[in-house]
Design a protein around this ligand. Structure first.
Ligand code: SLL
Length: 231
């Protein structure tokens, strides 16, 4: 059609050559339970899905389903509203299938993202109850390399989060216009909100890390000169 729209097989009017991209993060945050750890409970953990910059997603997502390991009671957990998260306790690591279902007017199929629950950062890391063993601001996150990073450069080691872009290509026109007209809103807080980063913050952290490395290199250089002169 002249106006850049076309009618799909289901009779919905869609926008040609148009994309709606929604960045999301799925992740897990895990805590060691400390001295009360026993055979069936060593960690408390939360798995979640969220807008990558802390934005509310309820105008796009109608539910998020978390498929836990079958050793959990009612492993099929559904969140109809934000925060999209499940908190549990257990002893083992496993893959969690996270399915995003969109609002009916999007006329899009569900998207599933597999994410592994990690409870152990590395064998050499001592257990502590003061901070999570795994979260976005801990090894699996910004400080530990850019997994999760778009395209996921797997930096080795355990990863607490993964960045994904939901791409609605040639979206249904009415859905697209509704979503664009929606004023941005902050999402309801996750129970592990203190341990997640927005994307802008992630960039800041990267920059600070670079600066720190540069200063360390300069200090090493000066030290070398100084030791050379002292000899
Ligand atoms: C493993 N393949 O062997 C994995 C399975 C299952 C973890 C891990 C259940 C807790 C509960 C639980 O933590 N399952 O019984 O409520 O490491």
């Amino acid at each position: 059609m002249e106006d850049g729209t076309f009618i799909d097989e289901q009779g919905s009017r869609r926008l040609r050559d148009t994309e709606l991209v929604v960045p999301v993060v799925v992740g897990t945050c895990a805590w060691w339970v400390g001295k009360k750890a026993n055979d069936s409970v060593t960690h408390r953990w939360t798995v979640y899905a969220r807008g990558a910059n802390g934005e509310d997603l309820s105008h796009i997502i109608s539910k998020v389903t978390f498929e836990l390991h079958h050793t959990f009671t009612n492993p099929h957990r559904v969140c109809l509203q934000a925060p999209y998260e499940v908190t549990e306790q257990g002893w083992g690591e496993f893959d969690i299938n996270i399915t995003l279902t969109f609002t009916p007017d999007a006329r899009e199929k569900d998207v599933s993202i597999m994410h592994r629950l990690k409870l152990y950062e590395s064998e050499s890391t001592p257990n502590t109850t003061k901070k999570p063993v795994m979260s976005e601001v801990r090894p699996g996150g910004a400080e530990g390399g850019v997994e999760g990073g778009a395209g996921g450069g797997a930096g080795g080691g355990a990863m607490g989060w993964v960045y994904e872009e939901l791409v609605f290509s040639e979206p249904v026109e009415s859905f697209y216009r509704r979503v664009l007209a929606e004023p941005p809103r902050r999402a309801a807080e996750l129970s592990c909100q203190a341990w997640v980063l927005t994307f802008d913050e992630r960039e800041e952290v990267e920059k600070l890390k670079e600066c720190r490395a540069r200063v360390a290199a300069m200090v090493a250089e000066v030290r070398k000169d100084f030791e050379g002169a002292a000899r």
